[in-house]
Design a protein around this ligand. Structure first.
Ligand code: CTP
Length: 319
């Protein structure tokens, strides 16, 4: 169908993406943007048919006992043991229970944020969600510093903290977490095998340093439920990216969702190079069909939602 053809052409090659970059599917104006509150309510209601973010945002202590063996969500043949440390860091109740906000920011990690001067605007929202423990202090003018909820794929330990090989890597990590105070640190620990020792090291550091951060570990059904919602709405994603997951969860808690740092394309609309991440030199990984995500398709979908007033997508300067 038309939707699927478009998504294929979008993910196939970055060249096609750049050629399409001039087309209307990427264009959205922030001037004159207005929230469509009835659409926001409708989306919240529809998503609730698939998941309840208040519950699915994290498993809780009573979900498991130490020593329980569970199957990885995306690799059912492999299993994980619920360790004593992991169990002790599970929240007693959902960290998002009864939390409601007028405006929220979901901050993706695209280099489109550089020189955006969006820091103040991002920090002005009632609740700020960030991804993958992205650094903020050095980029405060463009990305802000407020972080009420921050995700951390286990691979971040390797990618940004040297696999904790040196004491200084561990110190840098503990320092980063101590800046979060009692924000929610969301660790997708049950997705695929591979990161379990990183999760254990993270858990051990949190406990040893008595960090106040509120750990959360997404429910075993969350990712399938989120994918189910988007598939039912004819958005043929493979696996939702962290950014899309965060938007989907935020619909439960936030009346107005503002997205920043979503731009999975190597050039902007004027042809200027855009880094994959605002803070490192990681290259674009999500164009081949082998990748787990379809970020360009996700972007196109978020853009449609922006144009309908369901969310506000900022990809330019904040003035
Ligand atoms: N993102 C984007 N454009 C980019 C980079 C990121 O739109 N150039 C969005 C995506 O929704 C992504 C989120 O910002 O999930 C967080 O970025 P990142 O930490 O880079 O996510 P990845 O590790 O690349 O992917 P994921 O965690 O989703 O597997």
């Amino acid at each position: 169908d038309g939707e699927l053809c478009l998504s294929r052409s979008l993910v196939n090659s970055s060249d096609k993406i750049i050629r399409k970059a001039g087309s209307s599917i990427f264009q959205h104006s922030v001037e004159g943007w207005k929230i469509n509150s009835s659409l926001v309510l409708e989306i919240r209601k529809n998503i609730l048919r698939f998941l309840d973010a208040e519950r699915d945002v994290s498993v809780v202590k009573s979900s498991f006992k130490p020593g329980d063996v569970i199957h990885y969500v995306l690799d059912r043949r492999r299993t994980l043991n619920i360790s004593q440390d992991l169990h002790s860091l599970l929240p007693e109740v959902s960290p998002m229970k009864n939390r409601r906000f007028k405006t929220c920011a979901v901050v993706g990690n695209s280099g489109i944020l550089l020189d955006s001067e969006c820091g103040k605007e991002i920090d002005s929202h009632n609740f700020v969600i960030r991804c993958n423990l992205a650094p903020v202090v050095e980029f405060a003018a463009d990305v802000g510093t407020k972080s009420d909820f921050i995700t951390m794929n286990p691979s971040v330990v390797q990618r940004a903290f040297g696999g904790f090989r040196n004491e200084s890597d561990r110190e840098k990590f503990v320092h980063r977490l101590s800046m979060l105070n009692d924000s929610v640190l969301w660790i997708p620990a049950f997705m695929v095998k591979g990161g379990e020792k990183h999760v254990e090291w993270v858990n051990a550091l949190i406990l040893k340093n008595k960090l106040k951060v509120r750990t959360a570990y997404p429910s075993l059904r969350l990712i399938h439920a989120v994918r189910g919602y988007w598939l039912t709405n004819k958005v043929p994603i493979k696996r939702p990216s962290t950014g899309l997951l965060m938007y989907t969860l935020a619909t439960r808690f936030c009346d107005e969702i503002h997205l920043y740092g979503f731009w999975p394309f190597p050039k902007d609309l004027n042809g200027k190079a855009v880094k994959y991440h605002y803070y490192d030199d990681l290259k674009y990984r999500y164009f081949s069909n082998a990748s787990p995500h379809r970020m360009p398709l996700e972007f196109k979908t978020l853009n449609v939602l922006h144009n309908r007033g369901a969310l506000k997508l900022t990809t330019g300067k904040c003035i």
